[in-house]
Design a protein around this ligand. Structure first.
Ligand code: ADP
Length: 403
């Protein structure tokens, strides 16, 4: 029997998301989430594929090991246990791969050490990712397990885009450079966009706008990333749900010296109490649009700041690429919020960028073009699928297919 299944694990600090995919047809055999690990009110929500009924477990789940054990039990109950010979590999999302990991990588002890070495630049994410990996390795030490890095797609950025203009020795001593994140999504969406255009990825230049709760833009030339908006951490760039995106770095010194805040307090402010939530109290674009319709000025301000920044990045990446074949919207906001797409491109007709109002607001699921017939640049909506991309890269690496 050929092994054609891949389990994708995304392990966060208090949650584990998972999907089991059949790589023959990319179908989901199971999708689930364990939340609030380490609390009394932990919850496992397991959705079997092919219309099976959702199952929930509540009650304390002490740690990631217990969480993964419960996941394994749920999978086994559907005849999809981790010991199944049809399981080809496990693919793990790892947030930070530094400069070293430019590709998905089969996990062994030296790889684990290197991911650990990157903890200082990803203190929130890499430890949680590592816990997930170690737990899965304990359950199936014999099975190939692959790390797929959020940063990998961006390692092709030229130095001119990856360097901050600060003292080189200081920067290098502390590994301070622009790494970029959401790479799995940017890779998947830029490739799917080429497909939508009926061309090879090597032939097209694309600006990808990944607008979820976290948000980032990338400039992709011929399938390779040449610039992206997130930097050393996911804080840089676009206005996000709770993150500020770009600010003058002196804001930090000012808040410390004049505002009397500590580095940790400023970190929390810029990462969790800024962006849309900081500007208007809401980070859900649906709620913000509803408030705007009621004439709420704070919501309008938040929307305007969000759009202004987005438009600046579209212009910047247009200049970086020189020639743009497509501008693509993806993730929760990008896929669903027609007013964001319309406003972001308003006034850019001179650059060949236009949105057809009817196509933009039409309800649809798959990848679709929303620019008018014959437009110089294609504007499109391409749903992202990070789990499928992780599974595809994992499967290709263990010899199951081509990415
Ligand atoms: P993440 O993966 O970063 O948590 P998602 O890509 O799932 O985020 O995006 C979540 C965000 O998408 C929500 O916070 C909300 O702002 C936005 N969103 C989801 N659905 C809609 C919709 N129908 N209209 C407008 N915005 C939406």
């Amino acid at each position: 029997m050929t092994a054609t299944r891949v389990l994708v694990i995304n392990s966060g600090s208090s949650s584990v998301k998972y999907q089991l995919l059949d790589m023959r047809d990319h179908s989901r055999l199971a999708v689930g989430l364990v939340e609030r690990i380490g609390e009394r009110s932990s919850r496992l929500r397991h959705t079997p594929g092919r219309g099976g009924e959702v199952r929930e477990r509540t009650g304390p789940i002490a740690d990631h090991a217990s969480a993964l054990k419960s996941v394994a039990e749920e999978l086994a109950a559907d005849g999809l246990g981790l010991d199944s010979p049809e399981l080809a590999a496990i693919g793990h999302r790892v947030v930070h791969g530094g400069k070293r990991f430019t590709e998905p990588t089969v996990i062994d002890e030296p790889v684990l050490k290197e991911i650990e070495r990157l903890i200082p630049v990803a203190p929130l994410h890499n430890p949680a990712n590592l816990t997930g990996i170690r737990t899965a390795l304990a359950l199936r030490p014999d099975l190939p397990q692959v790390a797929v890095f959020d940063t990998a797609f961006h390692t092709t950025m030229p130095e001119a885009a990856a360097r901050y203009a600060i003292d080189v020795e200081t920067a290098d001593a502390h590994r301070v450079r622009r790494y970029g994140f959401h790479g799995t999504s940017h890779a998947y969406v830029s490739r799917e966009t080429a497909k939508l255009l009926g061309r090879a990825p090597q032939e097209v230049n694309v600006i990808v706008l990944h607008l979820g709760n976290g948000a980032s833009a990338s400039a992709v030339r011929g399938g390779r990333c040449v610039d992206t908006s997130m930097g050393l951490t996911p804080l840089e760039g676009l206005v996000m749900g709770t993150r500020s995106g770009d600010v003058d770095p002196a804001v930090v010194f000012h808040l410390k010296r004049v505002g009397g805040m500590s580095a940790d307090e400023i970190d929390v402010l810029l990462n969790t109490r800024s962006g849309l939530v900081g500007l208007c109290g809401d980070n859900d674009m649906r709620e913000i649009r509803r408030r705007i319709d009621e004439g709420d000025e704070r919501a309008q301000l938040a929307f305007d700041v969000y759009i202004h920044r987005l438009k600046k990045y579209i212009g910047a990446y247009y200049a970086v690429l020189g020639r743009v074949d497509a501008v693509v919207f993806t993730a929760g906001v990008g896929e669903n919020a027609a007013p964001v797409r319309e406003a972001a491109l308003a006034g850019l007709e001179g650059l060949g960028l236009e949105v057809d109002p009817a196509l933009n607001t039409a309800r649809a699921d798959g990848p679709r073009v929303i620019s008018p017939e014959g437009a110089r640049v294609v504007v499109a909506v391409v749903p992202t699928d990070e789990e499928l991309e992780i599974a595809t890269q994992t499967y290709a690496l263990v010899g199951g297919g081509s990415a």
